[in-house]
Design a protein around this ligand. Structure first.
Ligand SMILES: [Zn+2]
Length: 333
């Protein structure tokens, strides 16, 4: 039986690639900026999330980051992001990126706010939230190392690992070997954005040099069969994002997107929303786009949701429980 939009939205979901600061509705970002006296490029919610390319997108993203100033602000946006995921896509578990070095708030204060918001959302909606502090690769390797050291010093159970994001053209993986080694030594899990548009070699370097077990995006490997075989052998999970992939590959029809090719090739790929309001999407909508484009049956949609569980950093018993919950949808729907 084909998976229709209602079914795709209703599947219990795990999300592995969503940026906290990219999950703030435009109205909330504007309200926070006004409260904290922060200058935004525009105060029109219809226009705030408009951009022409990755550098412009990141300029808007950084302006939104600046509008969060207090622990309470972080708690508020973490709670709202989780609530939105539950409401629009039956989100059950999410690992959220945050860019601590994009803010002028001490890391422990920011983290306490985020954890507070995630715990409140878990109490109210039953959704679990975990945190992945991400290195901004446009900043220096020494800042990256300091961030990892802060993550280790203020270790909390909710923080599972580290990420690496922002413009990959401005920060190749080899610059961050030291920071990732410090993280590995402390038992932190590791993922990195790589190969979102091109730069296929950065996918391989992130796996080989940084020890990443997961890659965010990574679509560029699809241009090279040897790279595909390499990532298959490495067992790498790809945290893909349908809408942002479409946005950064303009002119390609949905079925020709590299994320579609990855899914068709049977690579371990999860479907994620990246920066949901900034790309006009949500975790439920991402499944609808993928499912409709690829003509998923209900069983294939369930398989996709289970792939996200498998790629997550939950412990084995939590994974088993969520797998069961997802597979049960087949029997109850
Ligand atoms: Zn991302």
């Amino acid at each position: 039986m084909r998976a229709d939009a209602d079914f795709l939205r209703s599947i219990p979901k795990v999300e592995l690639h969503c940026h906290l600061e990219g999950a703030v509705p435009a109205t909330t970002a504007i309200a926070l900026a006004c409260k904290n006296g922060i200058i935004l490029p525009t105060y029109d919610p219809e226009l705030l999330y408009t951009f022409a390319d990755l550098p412009e997108f990141l300029t808007v993203y950084r302006a939104v980051c600046a509008s969060m100033v207090t622990a309470r602000d972080f708690a508020e946006i973490a709670y709202a992001a989780q609530e939105e995921g539950v409401r629009t896509g039956n989100l059950r578990y999410r690992e959220l990126f945050v860019n601590p070095t994009n803010h002028h708030v001490p890391y422990p204060e920011m983290l306490e706010g985020i954890i507070d918001g995630l715990r409140c959302a878990e109490e109210d909606f039953g959704v679990v939230g975990r945190v992945i502090p991400a290195i901004n690769r446009e900043q220096s390797p020494s800042m990256a190392r300091e961030l990892v050291e802060a993550v280790i010093e203020y270790r909390r159970d909710e923080v599972l690992g580290i990420g690496l994001d922002h413009n990959d053209a401005l920060g190749p993986p080899e610059l961050f070997v030291d920071a990732f080694q410090v993280a590995a030594n402390a038992g932190l899990r590791r993922t990195a954005h790589a190969g979102e548009i091109d730069q296929r070699d950065q996918v391989i370097d992130s796996i080989e040099l940084l020890g990443c077990e997961r890659i965010d995006h990574g679509y560029a490997v699809m241009s090279d069969p040897v790279a595909v075989e390499f990532v298959r052998d490495a067992g790498t999970h790809f945290a893909g994002c349908w809408s942002s992939c479409a946005w950064f590959h303009p002119g390609l029809p949905q079925h020709s997107l590299p994320i579609a090719a990855m899914l068709r090739a049977g690579l371990p790929v999860s479907i994620n929303s990246d920066d949901p309001p900034m790309f006009g999407t949500g975790i439920g909508n991402e499944y609808v786009l993928a499912g409709k484009t690829l003509g998923w049956t209900r069983a294939q949609a369930i398989q996709a949701a289970v792939a996200a569980v498998d790629g997550s950093w939950m412990d084995a018993s939590d994974k088993a429980a969520l797998r069961r919950e997802i597979e049960d949808v087949m029997h109850t729907a």
